[in-house]
Ligand binder design. Structure first.
Ligand SMILES: NC(=O)c1ccc[n+]([C@@H]2O[C@H](COP(=O)([O-])OP(=O)(O)OC[C@H]3O[C@@H](n4cnc5c(N)ncnc54)[C@H](OP(=O)(O)O)[C@@H]3O)[C@@H](O)[C@H]2O)c1
Length: 349
């Protein structure tokens, strides 16, 4: 049964996980989009209760510090939209309280993404799916979001048979402590600290001056759960179970922004020119593709941006109907906070 409660024009918004990497970006994006909130509540664990978070303001909420409250089931009374980025177990624990309070949970974790009664939404791709939510809408995995934003305009030219994708994922994808670990380890490494004395906790191995082909846990078929997410989430968002996705996900020593190399096979010919035109007109996509001038998207230069950048577009001559390209997006913004706030915008009356 679909949700029937009306969303007020000036909703009360809770940011659950406000002290984290995504939480901080939620506050920034609410300000940047001037989301018409009547109140913004910052929630985190007991560890952070009382901490002050600077907030630039949005809607009826003036600029000033938000005082972090400990998240409990009671935190959601009076809330209309709960933006969640506190990890899957917290989302699972709080779901009933959020829905019982009459709020819509927009969840960044992997807790509910593949549940049949939970839409998995990227506003540029499947905005229509918010219509059947039952109080929970899932934000897809960050690597999947930027990929489908770029695939959708191409899919509209010709159905996609197969995608081979390799990711180059930023350290911040594993949260604020992982970002700090990249900084600290790089400093320690340059100071000559031997490998065995480096602090390694956010990843399985040293991330400074390294690449780690291991994100999330390994599954029975020796793929990782991050790779599995890209496979199944793409089918659900695009509404096409026939799209085959082969993914290899790699963590790289970049602070922010994921890069992805894609090889896409279509069921009919798609010229480079037609693909370029479609991508240039697609919502949320910016082409950065002038090889003669060394112009292509690079993670180090695109932090803090909202779009999915596409470059290196060319024919893949190894298959029939193939294209190859490279994409970059800020995974904390479009891959998490921005996408979720864009979903919240779709809920407004
Ligand atoms: N980073 C990304 O690029 C990205 C992208 C897409 C999705 N996500 C997802 O977003 C979620 C958060 O990621 P993050 O990168 O922001 O992590 P993070 O920087 O480690 O932040 C985690 C947040 O969750 C809060 N938290 C942890 N345990 C809690 C508890 N028991 N009760 C209440 N709050 C609790 C933390 O509060 P304290 O400060 O009080 O500990 C903090 O605010 C994860 O599910 C992640 O998979 C992250």
């Amino acid at each position: 049964m679909a949700w029937t409660k009306e969303m007020p024009a000036r909703p009360v918004v809770a940011v659950a996980g406000a002290t984290g990497a995504v939480g901080a970006e939620f506050l920034q994006v609410l300000h940047d989009l001037d989301f018409p909130a009547s109140e913004v509540r910052a929630l985190a664990s007991a560890r952070s209760a009382g901490k002050k978070l600077p907030f630039l303001g949005c809607g009826d909420v003036a600029e000033g510090d938000l005082v972090v409250q400990e998240m409990t089931p009671e935190s959601f009374e009076g809330v209309d939209i709960a933006l969640f980025s506190a990890g899957a177990s917290v989302s699972q624990e709080m779901r009933d309280a959020v829905v019982a309070a009459g709020a819509v949970m927009i969840d960044n974790s992997s807790a509910f993404r593949m549940d049949e009664d939970v839409p998995l939404v990227v506003p540029e791709v499947n905005p229509q799916d918010i219509s059947w939510h039952n109080g929970v809408i899932a934000n897809p995995n960050c690597s999947t979001i930027q990929m489908v934003v770029a695939l959708k305009p191409l899919y509209d030219i010709a159905p996609i048979d197969r995608v081979v994708v390799s990711t180059y994922q930023a350290a911040s994808g594993a949260g604020a402590p992982a970002m700090a670990e990249l900084f600290d380890q790089t400093r320690e490494y340059l100071n000559g600290t031997p490998d065995e004395d480096l602090t390694v906790s956010a990843f399985q191995h040293r991330i400074a001056f390294n690449c780690i082909p291991h994100i999330d846990k390994f599954l029975e078929d020796d793929s990782t759960k991050e790779e599995w997410k890209m496979v199944v989430e793409t089918k659900k968002i695009m509404g096409d179970d026939n799209i085959k996705v082969a993914a290899t996900c790699v963590r790289v020593p970049v602070l922010r922004c994921h890069g992805e190399s894609l090889n896409v096979e279509f069921s009919a010919p798609v010229s480079v020119e037609a693909a370029r035109e479609a991508l240039e007109q697609a919502p949320g996509v910016v082409m950065l593709d002038e090889v003669d001038n060394n112009v292509y998207p690079m993670p180090g230069l695109l932090a803090g941006t909202d779009e999915t950048y596409v470059g290196r577009l060319r024919k893949d001559p190894t298959v029939d109907n193939g294209l190859a390209f490279w994409i970059v997006a800020d995974q904390i913004r479009k891959g998490a906070a921005l996408n979720a706030v864009q979903i919240a915008q779709l809920l407004l009356p």
